[in-house]
Ligand binder design. Structure first.
Ligand code: HEM
Ligand SMILES: CC(C)=CCC/C(C)=C/CC/C(C)=C/COP(=O)(O)OP(=O)(O)O
Length: 302
């Protein structure tokens, strides 16, 4: 291969990696897992794998678009924080125009896919979640109040409901319980990281809780939210949506989460914030997998 061809291939690979990074792929993967669980728990006459796949593509595209818009809107602060300074738009490897074009194309295609092949309710709710995250959280709340994530977390908590409406076509109370679980999970998830990155956030004047109220206060708030989360996680069992397999598993996972929060508050280990942050991701993933396991196997034995 000639040198110019090699350089071109390298450039294309880098550019592909940059656009992939704009979509926050690991976050979107977890969002899609929660949407899939919403689909599997929704009442339906028969299993609808094709509809599920199409809905996951649409929800994935709108979530990825929201993530790419976040890269454009936050590029100035991203460029100043150690954690985010190598991001594609912050470094200029992808221009704002290119990233915006990419985000808007993804959003438009995702919306049309949901509207035409899933249902208009899901399309509008997913678009509202995109606005909630990119418009309300990123543009305003993030910069305005340390409660930004309690409020902004709602957009990231919506996918189980979006999954549910894709299959059932209507809103009902059960998927809101799943939304509430992610809603209560988000503060410990993010504040653990925000403690570790406190100085970064202070440098760019982001009013995150550890910056405005101090680290001790944030640790207490995290402990409080892990307890609230444990209670919220009982709800699917209490309303008869899930069985004892889910109940036992979720109690174990939440005990683990509370014990992380306890160590964060009282053990004074500098590694604990990031240990807790990493645990939060496995916690949510396993919790939602449990909901499916419980539904698929446990109820068969009843
Ligand atoms: C307002 C709500 C949320 C905030 C402020 C938030 C904040 C963050 C931040 C700052 C990171 C980056 C960590 C890093 O770059 O090392 C992160 C990572 C992550 N978040 Fe969240 N998050 C939120 C909601 C969610 C939701 C709803 C989910 C999924 C259901 C989620 C899943 C993840 C995952 C999987 C990662 C790891 C990404 C990676 O390793 O590349 N987050 N979160
Ligand atoms: C359509 C739909 C379901 C939209 C939701 C989209 C979405 C990607 C939600 C996840 C929330 C999240 C990663 C917040 C972190 O943003 P941040 O700006 O605080 O973090 P950063 O500094 O790492 O960018």
């Amino acid at each position: 291969m000639s040198i110019s061809k090699m350089l071109l291939t390298q450039e294309l690979r880098q550019s592909w990696r940059d656009y992939y990074q704009l979509t926050k792929p690991k976050v979107v993967a977890l969002l899609l897992l929660t949407a899939w669980v919403g689909m599997l728990l929704a009442p339906s006459v028969q299993s609808q794998p094709v509809l599920m796949l199409i809905a996951l593509c649409g929800i994935g595209m709108l979530s990825a678009a929201a993530a790419a818009l976040n890269h454009v809107l936050d590029q100035n602060i991203d460029a100043k924080m150690a954690r985010t300074q190598r991001r594609p738009v912050a470094t200029g490897r992808v221009s704002s125009h290119q990233a915006l074009g990419f985000a808007l194309t993804l959003a438009a295609v995702g919306f049309v896919v949901l509207y035409s092949w899933v249902n208009p309710l899901t399309a509008w709710l997913t678009l509202a979640s995109l606005f909630g995250y990119a418009g309300i959280y990123t543009m305003f709340l993030k910069r305005a109040t340390p409660q930004n994530i309690v409020i902004g977390g709602l957009a990231g908590a919506m996918p189980p409901l979006l999954g549910w409406t894709s299959i059932s076509g209507t809103l009902s109370a059960e998927p809101w319980l799943l939304v509430m679980i992610i809603f209560a999970w988000t503060p410990p998830h993010f504040w653990a990281l925000a403690i570790h990155r406190r100085d970064d956030y202070a440098k760019v004047n982001m009013p995150m809780l550890p910056v405005t109220h101090g680290i001790e206060f944030t640790k207490t708030a995290i402990l409080f939210y892990t307890m609230i989360l444990t209670l919220v996680c009982l709800m699917p069992y209490l309303v008869g949506m899930s069985g004892v397999l889910y109940l036992a598993g979720s109690l174990l996972l939440n005990l683990g989460f509370i014990s992380h929060a306890w160590r964060l508050k009282f053990a004074d280990d500098p590694k604990q914030p990031m240990l807790m942050f990493r645990f939060s991701i496995y916690h949510l993933m396993l919790l939602f997998l449990l909901l499916i396991l419980d539904q698929q196997w446990f109820w068969r034995w009843q």
